[in-house]
Write a protein that binds this ligand. Structure first.
Ligand code: SF4
Ligand code: SF4
Length: 444
């Protein structure tokens, strides 16, 4: 790796000694302090799934940050296909942030780089179509309705055995939803822990509807009053990660209005990627004079559902004698730094046996729509994850993110494994469903 001196833009003291910025006014130019924070130590390399898989410095955090700097210095062009490919192949998992001793805000650098590259090249067709659907509520409802109809037939399972992306997409659809059947139960009214609005999300409400209802139930059992937030929609994470920051900001503003009107004290999120995005609304809108402060206020109320459950105990449920291993979603572990809470939720379920998962902090290769637009690298990252799951011997893999649930679920299905991916909330809900009156004070 070539050593570089800190690159300074618009600093009169260094006007004679530094090159002018090649991309003035670009989103990337606004992130120069973050680029300069990298001291090239390489501590992040062994945490990076694309570096470990592809064994190329250009596919590492340090290599990509060097490319970002080179873009600003003008030594590489935004139209350079190889630069675009290295940036495209980043999963955005942010494991490098956890490993970095210098506090490099890699996730923000990546979004700004993709936004900058997006100005000189069209977004690939498949990605463009997916992002358009997720930005339009009516279109999204139609697509999710059609997906649910298809998922209710044997077609996805049959086609999941075919080669290529169609087979993988069908396997994702076949593995959506909760694998556990459970009886309904009544939940306490009111709530002493305050009002909570649940982010319904797009994939969660579209394909994991039961998990959303389970989320509301377990929150009520744990003393929260659930309230609706009409008008909420997609959090904007997919768009931000693809560099479409304007659409991400528009979606964030819509959610800010909806959650302000809801009167909720807290916002519960059961999708790690969405939670990370909503907690970051303040960065997304920090240059917006009208929305900046409102974004800060809403972001401060966002919690992963496991954080809320652990704050309340959680209330113990009935016995659930299952063997479960836990895979940490990257956007929960690395982006939100929520590490122990999901494990504490699982540990609170009587008779549930929690089996360790080797490399549980490593990405599964899902990364939003990455598995559909970078299939080769996604598959290569998924293989070791499936091996670790097989090694654990557990028939259930708990993970709190729809992308991970479908990626791991699809991989298990296509590999012939009988193991199933499941949201931790579904396990807690099944535990409560086995009780006569969840949330009632224990009898002495
Ligand atoms: S976000 Fe993940 S894939 Fe991208 S550079 Fe960082 S560790 Fe590697
Ligand atoms: S660990 Fe941080 S400072 Fe070191 S090379 Fe990686 S990003 Fe740069």
């Amino acid at each position: 790796m070539t050593e570089t001196t800190p690159f300074v833009i618009d600093d009169p003291a260094h006007a004679d000694s530094v090159p002018p910025c090649a991309l003035p006014g670009s989103p990337l130019a606004g992130m120069l302090a973050g680029i300069n924070a990298c001291v090239h130590c390489g501590f992040c390399l062994q945490a990076c799934p694309t570096y470990l898989t592809l064994e190329d410095e250009n596919e590492s955090p340090r290599g990509r940050i060097f490319l970002m700097r080179s873009l600003l210095e003008g030594t590489v062009e935004p139209g350079d296909a190889s630069v675009q490919a290295h940036i495209d192949r980043c999963l955005g998992c942010r494991a490098c942030e956890t490993a970095c001793p210098s506090g490099v805000p890699y996730g923000h650098l990546l979004e700004a780089t993709r936004a900058t590259l997006r100005e000189v090249r069209p977004t690939p067709f498949v990605a463009r179509m997916i992002l358009r659907v997720f930005a339009q509520p009516m279109l999204l409802r139609i697509v999710m309705f059609a997906s649910r109809l298809l998922a209710a037939t044997p077609i996805p399972t049959v086609l999941s055995r075919t080669d290529g992306r169609l087979g993988f997409a069908m396997a994702m659809l076949a593995s959506a939803g909760s694998p556990l059947e459970r009886a309904g139960y009544s939940t306490p009214a009111g709530g002493v822990r305050g009002k909570v609005a649940v982010l319904l999300g797009c994939v969660m409400e579209g394909l994991f509807t039961d998990t959303n209802r389970a989320t509301e139930r377990v929150l009520r059992v744990n003393g929260y009053e659930t309230v609706d937030a009409p008008g909420q929609g997609c959090c904007g994470a997919l768009h931000a990660h693809a560099g479409d920051l304007e659409t991400a900001r528009a979606l964030a503003r819509r959610n800010i209005v909806a959650f302000e009107k809801s009167g909720a004290d807290l916002i519960a999120v059961n999708s790690a990627g969405c939670g990370a995005m909503m907690k970051d609304y303040q960065h997304l809108l920090h240059e917006d004079a009208e929305w900046g402060e409102r974004a800060v206020a809403v972001a401060a109320r966002v919690r992963d559902v496991s954080e809320l459950l652990v704050a309340a105990g959680p209330v113990p449920g009935g016995p659930l004698p299952l063997s479960v291993t836990y895979d940490a979603p990257c956007h929960l572990m690395h982006a939100q730094r929520v590490v122990t809470q999901p494990l504490a939720v699982l540990a609170a379920i009587p008779q549930l046996k929690l089996t360790p998962l080797r490399d549980s902090e490593q990405c599964c290769g899902s990364a939003g729509i990455y598995n559909l637009i970078e299939p080769a690298t996604s598959d290569a990252v998924l293989i070791p994850k499936l091996e670790c799951i097989a090694e654990s011997g557990a028939p259930y893999v708990a993970t709190g993110n729809p992308g991970c649930l479908m990626q791991i679920g699809a991989g298990l299905l296509r590999s012939g494994s009988s193991a199933r991916a499941i949201h931790p909330v579904d396990l807690l809900d099944a535990s409560y469903a086995g009780m006569a009156e969840p949330g009632a004070p224990a009898t002495q």
